[in-house]
Design a protein around this ligand. Structure first.
Ligand code: PEP
Ligand code: MG
Length: 918
């Protein structure tokens, strides 16, 4: 017996309280189609949605596979769905006396705003227009719809989808638009709505003739030809240039395809009892639980988007400076407003998230045209999540997952006024190294930054790159802009640590130091003292002084509420990288649970560093061990004071203090004037000084005499630091404070280095206990894992180390062989060409560097099952990386104070997504 092949369903109907599909079918029906089906057919909703049907994404895929041919069954299925729409609307497509008009719209799984095509008013021709006039009693409306159809159809279907290249770059839409504008200016009309019937009639005639002349084909009169032409054009727009480019950026697979929704037209432009609008169930700017929206009387959806007329507020709450004089929908159509209010309420309860809705009112009757999850900024995201949890609409886990960790940045820092940004063009773009917004007058040296700031000026420091010598100026500046360097360059690292706005690797500008000026690629010329505004969150540079908006976290009850949930959910701890009591306090306020990296060398940079830096230089340039020990003895006082102050603030939380890491030459000045000063200060001849400085020179300092290698060459340096740490700890303990210092050895590659340093630590420990008359000082001894070999030999390293902290900055540098300070030269190109998808210094490279981390954790714990493991590279504040570290079973991540909230949230999300730890 012949098998009856079950026909594939390609067309899904919705309308009249029923729907073939629902919200869960986004992959098949696209976001728009699935939500229309849900709104129309779900028993909780059954909203007034104009009837229609959705042609599935499978048709799109098949269409492309079969050389742009539709599956054979499609025509019949469309025909019967159209018949159902006709029945529901009691109108007939193509009928002369009672015609149905439809729209054809695209809808992918994920919204691709503005990337694909739409055609409205399909079904209008010389015959049906008479029916429309009769039914609507509005000739003006009918001809207005007709001229819109011709314009849209000629543009979308005949020209773009037909592959016609516009002559001199001027498309048919523009040609027709100019004709419309000509009529308006001739008659002195301000708005399209001012155009009278005879003029519209003439325009329609003119449009048709122009289409024939320009495109070589007549505008089709047959409604079915219009319908299928439009469906084909929407499918065609999936492989339009814009859409392909957008998918590449948003990583949307080409195979997904778009759905096409054909829907009965309803009209917001049928006079003053008609309107169209867009609204949000809550305020998307603040998150406040208030219905918020705008509408236009006597208009079609595209008029709201085009922004020609100022939309009116739906209610008092939605009024703004531009719209406050306009009557609200609540005032003009109170009954409709009541109905709309009730519907938006129902939609939000149903979807359990803030919705963005589109509606149309046709002659006093409300229709819902679209709903989708509403986009919101960081402040609103936190407020909505926290409120919805309080309202018992969502549970704690859902609330936590609703906020993207990076959105929290917006709560922590001032930012450029988004309204001003919307209408301003940036002059250059670089890497977004330090988030938030800032404005100031341009200076080109650290010294100028200090001087100008001293006079009360707000400045932005613009440099090719920065070095530790610039720290003072960087600190005084509102923001830092560099033309070179990557996300872990000196400028980026320092700025992020301070929560300062910073853009690095901005190759769009070229600095001319002789004239104290820079020129941007777009020709903009900026000289010292000119105003500049930076958006460090997105890496955008603007000229002039833009407004900033400030946010205070302490007043943010929603944030506090959300963080309470976060802290209950997460299993991984979050520490901070900090070296001063101020930073430590800030981090504690943000919820840090310890210091994961105290970089000792910090005390030699910036404000108040003159004395310790001079002693350090003395130590570095000493010739004998005796001289060195003398200098160290004096330096010790400063080191101890610094460590003690921070440890005291941390009050019982662990504080990981790293022994001196940078190559010594970094602390020695290189310009002649400074060398002269130093020679006087240290009583060394210039010749001798030059020789000693030269001896410190290295060709490849990052791989040179640094980290533990210094401690092996000069054990007295380690000794001094360990003494300072243990004495500070003993003194604080005696004073009744709780402390837990963790002594960390940097840049190790073999356990022998650790053993070598441990002998020193053990000896000093005994000496300090004796001196301070205490039996015990709590401390741990551990190492950074930042050389690939150390990760591979982690089982051996763990024989001596009590803890590991992964230094993923150096580990990335040494795994990739990319210098962390020089990637600006090639990384942007690597990303453009997709040689690399992400900056590995920003997001951990899970496949390579991540594998070393896994190996390190596992091998370390194979020796010591309870080995404490954390990470203190910049990746500790990157949400994706934090989630990865959670999966490796780390005890904590450590990041700059301003990234602590982000890491806390990411850790909670990881626990929800991947289970509670390994
Ligand atoms: C690292 O290498 O990841 C690290 C934290 O150390 P630094 O950035 O100071 O080299
Ligand atoms: Mg390092």
């Amino acid at each position: 017996m012949a098998q009856v092949k079950k026909a594939i369903k390609y067309v899904y109907y919705f309308g009249g309280g029923k729907a073939d599909g629902n919200e869960s079918m986004k992959n098949l029906l696209g976001g728009k189609g699935a939500n229309l089906a849900e709104m129309a057919g779900h028993p909780n909703l059954r909203l007034p949605v104009p009837p229609g049907f959705t042609i599935t994404t499978e048709v799109c895929t098949a269409y492309y596979k079969n050389k742009k041919k539709y599956p054979a069954e499609l025509q019949g299925q469309v025909q019967s769905a159209l018949a159902a729409v006709e029945k529901e609307m009691a109108k007939k497509f193509g009928d002369a006396s009672n015609p149905l008009l439809v729209s054809v719209r695209s809808g992918a799984r994920r919204s691709m705003p503005g990337m694909m095509e739409t055609v409205l008013d399909i079904g209008l021709n010389e015959k049906t227009i008479l029916g429309v006039i009769q039914q609507s009693g509005d000739e003006r409306f009918a001809y207005d719809a007709y001229r819109r159809l011709i314009m849209m159809y000629a543009d979308v279907v005949m020209e773009k989808a037909g592959g016609i290249e516009p002559k001199n770059g001027k498309g048919i839409r523009k040609v027709l638009d100019e004709k419309l504008e000509k009529v308006k200016s001739k008659q002195g009309y301000q708005f399209d709505t001012d155009i009278k019937v005879p003029e519209l009639k003439a325009l329609v005639k003119d449009f048709k003739a122009t289409v024939l002349k320009v495109l070589g084909k007549p505008f089709p009169d047959d409604p079915y030809e219009q319908l299928w032409g439009s469906v084909g054009a929407v499918f065609g727009s999936w492989s339009g240039k814009r859409a392909i480019e957008y998918r590449r950026i948003e990583k949307i697979p080409d195979e997904w395809g778009t759905a096409v929704t054909v829907q009965a037209m309803v009209f917001g432009n049928m006079g003053d009892t008609s309107a169209t609008g867009v609204a949000f169930t809550r305020n998307p700017g603040t998150g406040e639980n208030k219905f918020y929206g705008e509408y236009l009387l006597n208009a079609q959806g595209e008029d709201v988007v085009a922004g020609i007329r100022t939309p009116a507020p739906v209610n008092d709450y939605s009024k703004n400076d531009q719209s406050k004089h306009l009557p609200s929908l609540e005032e003009t159509m109170p009954e409709i407003y009541k109905q709309l209010f009730e519907i938006q309420n129902r939609l939000e309860r149903h979807y359990k998230d803030m919705q963005d809705i589109e509606f149309t009112i046709e002659k006093g009757k409300l229709f819902m045209l679209q709903c989708r999850v509403g986009k919101r900024n960081g402040i609103a995201a936190v407020k909505v999540a926290s409120d919805m949890y309080n309202e018992k609409l969502i549970d704690a886990k859902t609330a936590i997952m609703r906020v993207a960790p990076n959105q929290l940045v917006e709560l922590l820092l001032p930012m450029l006024d988004p309204e001003v940004q919307k209408v301003t063009k940036p002059v250059a773009k670089g890497l977004p190294a330090g988030p938030g917004g800032a404005k100031g007058r341009v200076v080109f040296s650290s010294a100028d930054a200090v001087e100008w700031a001293g006079k009360g000026e707000k400045v932005i420091l613009v440099r090719e790159e920065t070095s530790p010598e610039d720290v003072d100026g960087m600190h005084k500046a509102q923001a830092i802009l560099t033309t070179k360097g990557g996300m872990t360059s000196h400028a980026a690292l320092v700025a992020r640590g301070w929560g300062k706005c910073c853009i690095v690797g901005c190759a769009d500008i070229e600095i001319h130091s002789e004239t104290k000026s820079f020129k941007a690629n777009d020709g903009t010329y900026i000289k010292e003292g000119d105003w500049l505004s930076l958006d460090g969150t997105r890496g955008l540079v603007y000229t002039g002084s833009m407004a900033l908006v400030d946010i205070d976290l302490d007043d943010n009850a929603a944030y506090r509420n959300l963080m309470k949930l976060v802290n209950k959910e997460r299993t991984m701890k979050v520490r901070t990288n900090a070296e001063t009591p101020e930073d430590a306090k800030q981090a504690l306020k943000f919820g840090a649970e310890g210091i994961g990296l105290f970089r000792t060398e910090h005390m030699f940079y910036g404000e108040g560093s003159e004395q310790p830096l001079s002693l350090l230089r003395k130590m570095i340039l000493s010739k004998t061990e005796g001289e060195r020990r003398q200098a160290l003895k004096e330096l010790y006082v400063f080191v101890k004071k610094d460590i003690k102050a921070t440890m005291e603030v941390m009050n019982g939380y662990p504080v990981t203090i790293r022994l001196l890491d940078p190559p010594l030459h970094e602390f020695v000045p290189h310009d002649v004037a400074k060398l002269h000063e130093l020679s006087k200060e240290l009583h060394i001849s210039m010749n001798m000084l030059r020789r000693r400085v030269l001896a410190l020179h290295e060709n490849n300092p990052m791989l040179g005499h640094r980290g533990v290698r210094l401690g092996v060459s000069y054990p007295e340096i380690t000794e001094m630091q360990v003494r300072a740490i243990l004495e500070a700890a003993a003194e604080l303990t005696k004073a009744g404070k709780k402390v837990l210092p963790e002594i960390m050895v940097p840049v190790t590659c073999t356990v022998n280095e650790l053993s070598h340093q441990k002998v020193i630590v053990d000896r000093v420990y005994r000496e300090v206990c004796e001196k301070m008359k205490v039996k015990k000082i709590p401390y741990l001894y551990g190492t950074m894992i930042e050389i690939p070999r150390a990760a591979l030999r982690a089982d051996h390293m763990a024989e001596v180390a009590d803890f590991f902290s992964f230094g993923t900055n150096d580990l990335t540098q040494m795994s990739f062989g990319f210098s962390r300070d020089d990637i600006g030269g090639f990384l942007p190109q690597y990303m453009d060409l997709k040689v690399l998808n992400d900056d590995p210094f920003q997001t951990i490279d899970q496949a390579g560097v991540g594998e070393l981390v896994r190996i390190g954790v596992d091998r370390g714990r194979s020796t010591k099952p309870n080995l404490k493991v954390g990470i203190c590279g910049e990746h500790g504040g990157d949400p994706e990386s934090v989630k990865f570290f959670h999966r490796t079973g780390m005890n904590y991540v450590s990041c700059s104070p301003f990234r602590v909230p982000i890491a806390l949230l990411a850790a909670a999300q990881a626990a929800i997504e991947f289970g509670k730890g390994k």
